[in-house]
Structure formats: C-alpha cells, structure tokens
Design a protein around this ligand. Structure first.
Ligand SMILES: Nc1ncnc2c1ncn2[C@@H]1O[C@H](COP(=O)(O)OP(=O)(O)O)[C@@H](O)[C@H]1O
Ligand SMILES: [Mg+2]
Length: 340
C-alpha cells in the first residue's frame, strides 16, 4: 500500500456542528488512490461523497485524520503552499458552475488569471484546451448558449487549465442524459490516458463506475463499506451496500420463492455466457428458470451474474450443479434467503 499512491487518506473524520446538532459526515476513512488510475467513489445520497472529495482538496478541513497529496500532507502546509497544492487538483461538478457572464474561452482563462498568467498566454492555453475537449468552434459562446454536455466540456477544460495532476469529478454526469454522459465519460478516459491525469469520480450511479473506473470504494453512511477492483466488486459484492447498489430495487427478493433451491452463477470473464447456460439445460434435462440476470459481454467474455431456480427434481438439480462445476464459473447454491 501507498507505494505510488498520489492521494493517501488516513483515519479521516469530518463532523459538522450546527444548530440542528452534530452530523458525522465521514467516519474513519482510509484509502489510497494510485497515480494514473481512475478511481470511483460511490454511495447513496447523503453518504458523505461530496464531503470526502472536498476534504481531498481541503475545501473542507477534516476534523481528524490526514490527507496526503503527492507526498505533501495538506494539513501541514502554509496557506500559500496549500493554494499551490489545490491548483494541482482540478474539479468539476454536477451543475458545471460556469460563470454565466463569461464566454467559454473566458471561463477557461479564469483560473489562469487568478494564478497570474499573462492574458495572451492564458488565451493560447484556453484555445488549446478547447481543442482537447472538442469545442474549438464554441470559444465565444456563453454558457446559456451551450448544451449541458458542452458546458461540462468547458468546465473540464477550465479544470485542466492549471495542469492539475488530479481531476476530481463530483457527480459530473448526473445532470446529463445517457448519450451525453457516455461522451463525457469517454472524454475523461481520454484525458486520463493521454495526459496521465489521475481521476477521482464521485457518483451514485453504478453504470458510471463500470464505464470508466478501475477501482471503486463504496461509501455507506460515512464509512467505507468495501473497496476493490471494479470487476471484483461487481461480480462478488461483499457488503450489503455494494449488493444494494449492484442489484437495485431489491428485485431479487420479491421474485425468489421460499422453499425452492437456487444457484448463483458468477461470470468473471473466463467463459462466455451462452454455452454455459444452454449446455447446462441439455445436461440436466429439466427446465431451469433464470430468476435474475445481470450479465454483460465484454470482448466475447461474460461478466456479471445470474440466479437460476434449480429443478425440483433432486437428480436433475444435481446434474445441473455437476455440470456447472466443470465450467469456468463460480457457483453458489442455496435457498432464496441466501441470495437476497
Ligand atoms: N456544510 C455542511 N454542514 C452541515 N452538514 C453537512 C454539510 N455538508 C454536508 N453535510 C451533511 O453531511 C452528510 C454527507 O453529505 P454529502 O457529503 O453532501 O453526501 P453525498 O455527497 O454523498 O450526498 C449529510 O448528512 C449532509 O447533510
Ligand atoms: Mg454529493
């Protein structure tokens, strides 16, 4: 741990005290974010995600614990050094937060003006950034003249203006439709790959994590419930919150009848989906109901899982399980309660 961590968070606590009482927003959070990765933080509304991301750049000062960014412990820096450290972290938001009275180009120049960059140089850099985000033709457009996706692109360009090492994205696609979301996520991936910027993605949507993150932390009521590689967490969620996020709406519970036998098949990329299921039906010579399936094909390999209701006939069920054992899948057998 920590060998090439660009962000190290240790025992972080954040408590808000107000008239309404005390709110513990973050409770003993420790995690490492590695240089160059796209790291996801997911949780329900109110879980503490925004507070966590604001503690990473010290917009919010932690109540306890430490945040170390690129080797510097933020709590120990002078005001001036903290400003420098902050400049190494760009941030984008759900509502874009562009200045409405400024054009796209002027919005991107804004952080450079604050940093004291000469105007001509700032404008040159802003034009270059407009090119990176694919908006060279909208330099003189005002936010109100742009779509949500275009505004978020301007916000990304603005966040990149000071050459940050880290880009923090707090629900950056939550206000966008699915197509625009995909285009913004692919832009973020490209920025990560081409510019080598570490990206921290905060979201409440699993689909976003799945699309671009390599690792994910699941935050549940102020603490980390689970952390791991995205494909691991998706195929074998351990915590209640991970399960809740991965199988939303508790759909499984309603549909699984008590007293029946079920099995869960986890596909983690070592097999393809079709032959496993169709051959199993042939092998056991009995109908098998698929109760739940959330699988996807990536490069011809199956990921995800499904829950099957095993035949009532004992021997048919054994044949089905025996067949599955010979396949490159992970199989768990049980009653309905085991899978909810
Ligand atoms: N400035 C603040 N003052 C008081 N409570 C706050 C403040 N910011 C956040 N909180 C509380 O902290 C908790 C976590 O909030 P937040 O980090 O915004 O969650 P998320 O981004 O996951 O929705 C919530 O209970 C919220 O009401
Ligand atoms: Mg939030």
């Amino acid at each position: 741990m920590g060998q090439d961590a660009i962000v190290q968070i240790r025992n972080l606590n954040k408590t808000f005290r107000g008239r309404a009482g005390t709110v513990v927003a973050l409770d003993d959070i420790s995690l490492d974010i590695m240089r160059g990765e796209i790291f996801g933080i997911i949780g329900l509304s109110g879980a503490g995600k925004s507070t966590l991301v604001r503690c990473i750049n010290f917009l919010e000062v932690p109540t306890a614990g430490t945040v170390t960014v690129d080797g510097e412990e933020l709590g120990k820096l002078s005001k001036r050094d903290l400003l420098d450290a902050r400049r190494s972290m760009g941030m984008i938001f759900q509502q874009f937060n562009l200045l409405q009275q400024r054009t796209a180009l002027q919005n991107i120049c804004f952080p450079l003006e604050i940093a004291g960059t000469p105007k001509a140089e700032a404008e040159k850099r802003a034009e270059e950034l407009l090119g990176i985000v694919g908006l060279s033709d909208r330099a003189n457009a005002y936010p109100s003249q742009m779509s949500g996706g275009q505004q978020q692109r301007v916000a990304i360009a603005r966040a990149l203006a000071t050459n940050p090492k880290i880009l923090l994205c707090d629900e950056a696609t939550s206000a966008l439709d699915p197509t625009t979301t995909r285009s913004i996520l692919s832009l973020l991936k490209e920025i990560n790959r081409k510019l080598g910027i570490t990206i921290i993605v905060i979201t409440h949507e699993m689909a976003v994590i799945e699309e671009i993150c390599q690792r994910v932390a699941i935050i549940d009521a102020s603490h980390i419930a689970e952390i791991g590689a995205v494909d691991q967490v998706f195929t074998r969620p351990q915590s209640t919150m991970a399960k809740q996020l991965i199988y939303p709406d508790g759909k499984q519970r309603e549909r699984l009848a008590t007293g029946k036998r079920y099995c869960r098949i986890v596909f983690d990329g070592n097999s393809s989906f079709e032959p496993v299921v169709s051959n199993m039906v042939l092998e056991c010579k009995a109908p098998v109901n698929i109760m739940f399936a959330d699988t996807k094909d990536m490069d011809g390999k199956a990921y995800g899982q499904m829950i099957l209701q095993l035949p009532d006939d004992e021997r048919a069920a054994s044949r089905a399980l025996a067949y599955l054992e010979t396949q490159n899948v992970h199989v768990e057998e049980g009653l309905s309660d085991d899978f909810t």
